[in-house]
Design a protein around this ligand. Structure first.
Ligand code: GAR
Length: 199
C-alpha cells in the first residue's frame, strides 16, 4: 500500500512540482499524494496542485484569532487527511510542537544549504543564498532532513553539494541549488522514507 503523504507549501512550489513530476515518472512509487496545504492563499504552488488534480487546502493564520488557534487548525487538517508522512516544500511557518509530536520522525523538510551551514532561525529562501555569497563559500547545496522540535536541527537524510560560480547573484545561485540539488533530493527522500515504512 503506498504511503499517503501531504505537502505543505507557502510560495512558488517548484519543489512541489518536482514531487508531482516524480510521482508521474514513477520515481516515487511507494507513496501517494493526498493533498497540498498552504498557509498562503496566493501561493502559486496551489495552482500547480490543482493543475495536477491534487486536493488543496488553505489554513491561513489570518483566519484565526490567535497563533494557537491557527496551529490547532493545521494539526486538525493534517490528522483529517489521514496521512502518514508530511513533506515541507518551501513551507515558511515554524511547525508547533504538537504537530511535530503527532508525526514523530515522519515530517521531512528541504533546506537550501548544506546544514549546518546557513540554517536555523531567520535562514530561509533567498536569504540563505545571500548569506552563502556574503560568506564567500565556493560550495553550497541542499539538505533534506527529518523535522524535530528545533529549527533545521533534525537528522539529515540526504545532501548534495552545488558549486558557487564567480558571477552568482542570490537568484542565480538559488536556481542552481534547486535544479541540481533540491528537485532531485526531495523526491528521492520521499521514496526512500516511504519505502522504509512499507510493512
Ligand atoms: C526552496 O529553496 C526551499 O529549499 C526553501 O524555500 C524555497 C521554496 O521554493 N525552504 C527554506 O528555506 C526552508 N527553510 P519553492 O516554493 O519553489 O519550492
Amino acid at each position: 500500500m503506498p504511503v499517503r503523504f501531504c505537502v505543505l507549501v507557502s510560495g512558488g512550489g517548484t519543489n512541489l512540482q518536482a514531487i508531482l513530476d516524480a510521482l508521474d515518472a514513477g520515481v516515487i512509487k511507494s507513496a501517494q499524494i493526498a493533498a497540498v496545504v498552504s498557509n498562503n492563499p496566493g501561493a502559486y504552488a496551489l495552482t500547480r496542485a490543482r493543475n495536477h488534480g491534487v486536493e488543496t487546502a488553505v489554513i491561513s493564520p489570518k483566519s484565526y484569532e490567535t497563533r494557537d488557534d491557527f496551529h490547532d487548525a493545521l494539526l486538525e487538517k493534517l490528522v483529517s487527511l489521514d496521512v502518514r508522512l508530511v513533506v515541507l516544500a518551501g513551507f515558511m511557518v515554524t511547525l508547533p510542537p504538537q504537530v511535530i509530536r503527532a508525526f514523530p520522525g515522519r515530517i521531512l523538510n528541504v533546506h537550501p544549504s548544506l546544514i549546518p551551514s546557513f540554517c536555523g532561525v531567520g535562514c530561509y529562501g533567498l536569504r540563505v543564498h545571500e548569506m552563502a555569497l556574503a560568506r564567500g563559500v565556493k560550495v553550497t547545496g541542499a539538505t533534506v532532513h527529518v523535522v524535530d522540535e528545533g529549527v533545521d536541527s533534525g537528522p539529515i537524510l540526504l545532501q548534495k553539494a552545488v558549486e558557487v560560480h564567480g558571477g552568482d547573484t542570490p537568484e542565480t545561485l538559488q536556481r542552481r541549488v534547486m535544479e541540481e540539488a533540491e528537485w532531485v533530493l526531495l523526491p528521492r527522500a520521499i521514496e526512500m522514507v516511504a519505502a522504509g515504512m512499507q510493512p
